[in-house]
Design a protein around this ligand. Sequence first.
Ligand SMILES: O=c1ccn([C@@H]2O[C@H](COP(=O)(O)OP(=O)(O)O[C@H]3O[C@H](CO)[C@@H](O)[C@H](O)[C@H]3O)[C@@H](O)[C@H]2O)c(=O)[nH]1
Length: 481
Amino acid sequence: MSVFNIASLESILQRDHAAAGLDPLIRLVGLPERVPIAELGSDEGTDISPWMMDVACSMENDFVQLVHELRAVAEGVGSEESLGAPISVVYDAFLWWTLDVVVSLKLNYYTFFPSAASVLSILLHMPLLISQGYVPLRLSAEPRLITLPGLAPTWDRELLYFLRDSEPKAIVQRIIDSALKLTETQTILVNTCYELEPYAIDALQKYENVHIKKSDVRALGPVLPLELLNDNYVVDILYQQGDNRKQEEKECLKWLDSQSPASVLFVCFGSIFTPSFENIIELALGLEASSHAFIWVLRSPPGVTSRDKGFSISMLLPEGFESRTKDRSFIISPPAPQLSILSHPSTGGFLTHCGWNSTLESVSMGVPLIAYPQFADQKMNCRIIVDQWKVGIQLQNDENERLRKEDVEKVVRNLMEGEEGKRMKGKVRQLRDITRRCCREGGSSYTNLQVLVQELFKLSASFTHEADNRVNMEISFLAAE
Ligand SMILES: O=c1ccn([C@@H]2O[C@H](COP(=O)(O)OP(=O)(O)O[C@H]3O[C@H](CO)[C@@H](O)[C@H](O)[C@H]3O)[C@@H](O)[C@H]2O)c(=O)[nH]1
């Protein structure tokens, strides 16, 4: 769950249904905000994981109440005001409590897994990893290589980074709980496509895997706006119906229009991570030294608040940096229009924290990456980008967790002008075409999505008495990302 997503969900909820581009059969329902964003404190860079955990926990009662209300409306007033009682729930795997709730309410369900199939494989092997002493990951112990079906042997530090014993105990426990719940589920819908992760999906789906209970794992991603399947720059995909972009975003896209093809590096670290103040300085100096054009989505680091009187983003940057780079840079506050930027012909590279959505978006638009993973599943995603797909170069901090400007300059030059970058550009374009084919009619993800829709139709038909058998479902979005 991110502050951006809440904001955009709110704006969609407030907008006219048709203007939001939603099918009339889809209705968005918001749950009350029980843990206000304001409680995060005034530092923008505050670690929001505990807050996210509180939000996730706080949703359970409201969700149960929502199901009861929808049922009451369906039984009472009739079909004029209702699309019918809920029959099936698609829920985010990280909302671990949902499984028990939907089972107790006798609802059909599908579990949606928002990260890579490789990460799903790790979580489904949780009982094995616990019994063999790999989880929680003890940082003080000697590094060990782990081999799991469908995954290349990987150091425990990268495979299980999100389960380090240095993380708050409650958070590690929640991840373990979510993983154990996952092993009880029937159908898992994964935000990936078969062709991007065939080995991981085969190991989960096709082969005899003695370590895990067989779930029905279906890859139906990347879950992206359909417009991305066309080759066109999707400047206004999310805001087609209105003029909702903030001025800064419009200027950013206009600036991008004025740049040469594939010449701009996009620097953005998702909705949670912000580098430290010291690393922002090194990043800035490295970008400057590279001589390449860039768009940088810059937010305040931990301990610095932009709400202070007199604060300006310039205070985060080296002296004179903005004037020295003004002809080839655009600094924007989050959220930036990432999809539009990545699909713009002027964008030639993406420096990312390797969040799975950013990874899929970059690949779907044929943009090679500089991988700078930080936490959660990002180290695993980095291995997929760099070792498996070979569409990115890794950027690493030194042993003291300091980023070095020389390293930044080197990776940017390698990606934007070197032979390595050229090879990656070619490779990522192949992956883009493969990914888009998966999502088009007849493609693997399209087919899996079609099967899901057919199943929902069937379920609906067996529950509804309406003569026309129209789809009778209410979709509740429970987003944990
Ligand atoms: O300025 C911004 C920044 C982000 N985004 C969008 O926000 C999403 C970011 O998602 P992701 O790249 O997955 O990063 P996080 O928000 O950090 O996602 C969390 O959830 C992911 C999915 O489970 C994990 O892979 C990550 O590690 C975890 O940090 C993407 O759709 C971006 O297009 C914008 O539109 N504008």
